[in-house]
Design a protein around this ligand. Structure first.
Ligand code: IP8
Length: 300
């Protein structure tokens, strides 16, 4: 009897909400629900910039320290930092084939080790930021994101949004995450950046890598590689088709693969720039909208 009365009350509340033309909060568009005072900036720090790629578990403390100082100087309102795996996440993830999904129980310890290595790198980034008086807070993507066939399926946006609203700088990273189809997988920092940018209605994405931007080939291997200062979404999509059809391993050092992950955010209207995070003062200038060498990607 009591349960029936309560159900009836609930129905009346829902009717009243519907009549008032409002959607119950659980069904609201996430982007609107988490509207922030200023549109956030999402800064990705590439794993190859903040770690020594050829030495396992070796952080590039010098670069991390420089970047923390530059981020502090830029003093951007509503900043989210996402970093990559570099020599922390990738070698262990590969050793245990985490991105191939669950095949046997021996991989589970590999999932723990991958996440742990990323948490260590995250700690180093967060500590450097705190030392420069930035209220950084590390958050493990595996604790609030589920993927399906390696694409983000469920994610609690309120955590990052509320941290921003309170005045924190959330610091996330590419992580080993649970996957609804495959058991587990690797979520790249780039997929995470694009999703955050869309869900938080970000103003811009700044991708800090270890080269000056996008090139026609891998500038580290090919001296004839030409720098691309500007590329449209249309051109980028043509590149995507080409990469997918040719099934080539990315000749540009993995760069196009990263950028392709950002397509949904660029389509959403988020301005995107790729800059060299290892060159002094470049990230600060990019954060302050000052002129800097880099590649701009625009919707059109
Ligand atoms: O370096 C991958 O993130 P990414 C993170 O952004 C792991 O691709 C755990 C390998």
């Amino acid at each position: 009897m009591i349960a029936l009365a309560e159900n009836e009350k609930l129905r009346q509340v829902e009717d009243a909400i519907k009549k008032a033309g409002r959607t119950p909060s659980s069904q609201k568009n996430l982007t609107k629900e988490f509207e922030l005072k200023a549109k956030p900036t999402i800064l990705k720090l590439g794993g190859s910039a903040i770690s020594h790629k050829d030495k396992p578990l070796a952080a590039n403390q010098f670069i991390i320290e420089n970047l923390a100082r530059e981020i502090a100087k830029a003093n951007v309102q509503q900043l989210v930092v996402v970093h990559g795996g570099g020599s922390f996440g990738h070698p262990i993830a590969k050793q245990y084939a985490i991105n191939e999904g669950f095949k046997d129980a021996s991989q589970i310890i590999g999932f723990s080790k991958t996440h742990d290595a990323m948490a260590v790198l995250n700690g180093l980034v967060v500590q450097a930021l705190i030392q420069h008086n930035i209220s950084a807070l590390g958050i493990a993507p595996s604790s609030f994101i589920l993927t399906k066939s390696s694409r983000i399926e469920k994610m609690d946006n309120s955590i990052v949004a509320e941290l921003l609203r309170t005045g924190f700088v959330p610091v996330l990273y590419g992580d080993a995450v649970l996957d609804l189809d495959r058991g587990f997988t690797i979520l790249s920092g780039d997929q995470l950046v694009a999703k955050l940018a869309i869900n938080l209605d970000a103003e811009r994405i700044i991708l800090g890598v270890d080269v000056d931007g996008l090139f026609t080939a891998d500038p580290k291997r090919d001296s004839s590689a030409r720098f691309i200062p500007y590329i449209t979404l249309k051109k980028l999509k043509m590149m995507q088709n080409w990469i997918e059809k040719a099934k080539v391993t990315d000749v540009t050092g993995g760069m196009y693969g990263k950028i392709i992950e950002l397509i949904p955010a660029i389509e959403h209207g988020v301005q995107t720039a790729i800059v060299n995070a290892t060159k002094k003062d470049t990230v600060r200038k990019a954060l302050c909208n000052e002129k800097v060498v880099g590649t701009i990607i625009e919707k059109e």
